[in-house]
Design a protein around this ligand. Structure first.
Ligand SMILES: NC(=O)C1=CN([C@@H]2O[C@H](COP(=O)(O)OP(=O)(O)OC[C@H]3O[C@@H](n4cnc5c(N)ncnc54)[C@H](O)[C@@H]3O)[C@@H](O)[C@H]2O)C=CC1
Ligand SMILES: O=P(O)(O)OC[C@H]1O[C@](O)(CO)[C@@H](O)[C@@H]1O
Length: 477
């Protein structure tokens, strides 16, 4: 089938995905979209290239009614595309040499929450839904967030109308103990409510609702128009919901599913009793260096993670952060060697085909630092030793946020930090104000004099002498 005709040029565009059969080189993972069994909140790129891929693999291997209902928050783009494409979209695995498209078709329904208020709650109350997954960014984890409020209301409806059918909610955001955090937040919303059935609802949450923690890992940059164009060229169809990701992918999930789950292990996921050691490794040996590379790169005007890590000084700084300051705070899961893992991570970041921008990884800095850095700092403080690369990470964040690139990073603390910088535009005064007064680090760490001194010194080096000199000052390299 031909695609749309351009009214000005008469040019016939490529057909949309789903309008005709797939080219032989593009595999469709599941033959038919399964009936709904999972509700996913946050229909972003990561979900499409991670949890949906594992679910497609599980359904292909073992079947099951595990179709996904995808809830987008505000943007219609992905929902409209998936509706047009009968739930199909392409995930392309990319490296410099590889371009491997696969078509996923597990989304049974989609909606946009702001356009269809109540739709997420209605699905949550439906006993066909046995699992809820979430990728809503770290900043949505607060009792007053729309996501958490909506989940609490939906669970209340389920408790009433579906006779309390059990289910599990799986956070797939990068937070330590993400399942426990989510359980605590939902519980707090119910506790503070004036709902008459509050006590019964709380005991049902305790007994019948699982909140497994999970470790998620795959670099999935925001999709670009260039990716869409490449798919037209390579696959012969247009796909407005396509997404690209690296070959590496991991998912470790606590096996707490009272109503059952897809056979995700058949697609490579690890089901475990405790995801904590995996989460710690992920946050400290993947996310923390990712952030350091992003902020150092941003300070030097470097656009992508791959370009930044191609610089020997920045790669060296990331390696030292992992080796000196992060690995010694970990109890890794059996079989994981932090030194070998470090090299795997650096090679992943060097993937030039991803085009993962320093601005994307550098966004929402204060929220990410709380998950990626603060717990390790607590360990160092109790040992009485100052982690120098972690101080460089903090200094790079603080300066990048007040740099010309800073405003676009969308950090909730950004406006306050820019005000502090405007009031005290020297590294010394700014560092003191930022570490002392803001909610950047918990008070006990913000008030850790030796760490603050190292941050101040390294911010001075970054500001006056630039990135390479500051890296040398941090670790003597
Ligand atoms: N992109 C990646 O490589 C990885 C992402 N993640 C996690 O997934 C999260 C999302 O990443 P992407 O999908 O790449 O980002 P994205 O920007 O493509 O998607 C974010 C999604 O979150 C939704 N969202 C944000 N605030 C919301 C709210 N208040 N209510 C409902 N939905 C809300 C948005 O609608 C959007 O669908 C990350 O913040 C991270 O926690 C984890 C590992 C890898
Ligand atoms: O969340 P960020 O910092 O934008 O980074 C992109 C993603 O790449 C990863 O580090 C790789 O899994 C994710 O954890 C992270 O979310």
């Amino acid at each position: 089938m031909a695609g749309p005709v351009d009214r000005l040029t008469g040019h016939v565009g490529p057909p949309p995905l789903g309008a005709a059969g797939l080219p032989a080189r593009v595999r469709r993972v599941v033959d038919r979209v399964p009936p709904p069994g999972i509700l996913h909140v946050g229909l972003g790129g990561f979900h499409r290239a991670h949890q949906a891929v594992y679910t497609a693999g599980a359904v292909a291997a073992e079947g099951g009614d595990w179709g996904i209902v995808g809830a987008a928050h505000r943007s219609r783009d992905v929902v409209d595309a998936l509706r047009r494409q009968a739930g199909l979209y392409t995930v392309v695995t990319v490296t410099g040499e590889r371009f491997e498209p696969e078509v996923i078709g597990v989304h049974a329904a989609t909606h946009v929450e702001v356009d269809e208020p109540g739709a997420t709650e209605t699905w949550l109350a439906d006993p066909a839904i046995k699992v809820v997954t979430l990728t809503v960014t770290e900043s949505a984890y607060a009792t007053d967030s729309a996501v958490v409020q909506r989940l609490a209301r939906g669970l209340r409806r389920r408790h009433r109308s579906a006779d309390g059918a059990p289910l599990s909610l799986v956070s797939c955001d990068n937070l330590p103990g993400n399942g426990r955090v989510l359980r605590r937040l939902v519980t707090e919303v119910v506790e503070r409510s004036d709902w008459a059935e509050r006590a019964r609802l709380l005991s049902w949450l305790e007994s019948d609702v699982g909140f497994p923690s999970s470790m998620v890992d795959r670099v999935v940059p925001a999709p670009t128009p260039a990716l869409r164009q490449r798919i037209v060229e390579r696959c012969g169809y247009d796909d407005a919901a396509a997404v690209a990701g690296e070959p590496y992918s991991a998912w470790v999930v606590e096996d707490d599913f009272p109503a059952g789950r897809p056979a995700w292990e058949r697609a490579g996921a690890v089901l475990t009793g405790d995801a904590t050691p995996y989460e710690q490794v992920k946050l400290r040996l993947v996310n923390a260096p990712h952030s350091l590379i992003a902020w150092l790169g941003l300070l030097d005007g470097v656009g992508t993670i791959a370009e930044a890590v191609a610089r020997e000084d920045i790669e060296g700084a990331a390696r030292r952060l992992m080796k000196d300051d992060m690995a010694p705070t970990l109890t890794p899961p059996p079989g994981l060697d932090p030194a070998a893992f470090t090299e795997v991570v650096l090679a992943r970041f060097a993937n030039t085909a991803l085009g993962h921008t320093t601005a994307q990884v550098g966004s929402l800095g204060s929220v990410k630092l709380a998950a990626r850095l603060t717990p390790a700092l607590g360990v160092w403080r109790s040992r009485g030793a100052v982690p120098r690369s972690a101080a460089l990470l903090t200094a790079a964040y603080l300066l990048a946020t007040v740099s010309p690139a800073g405003e676009a990073l969308g950090d909730p603390l950004g406006p306050e930090l820019r005000r502090l910088w405007a009031d005290s535009p020297t590294p010394e005064r700014y560092a003191r104000a930022a570490l002392g007064e803001s909610a950047l680090l918990p008070q006990e760490i913000g008030a850790w004099g030796e760490f603050a001194a190292a941050v101040t010194e390294l911010m001075g080096a970054l500001h006056q002498h630039g990135v390479p000199a500051a890296i040398r000052a941090a670790v003597g390299a």
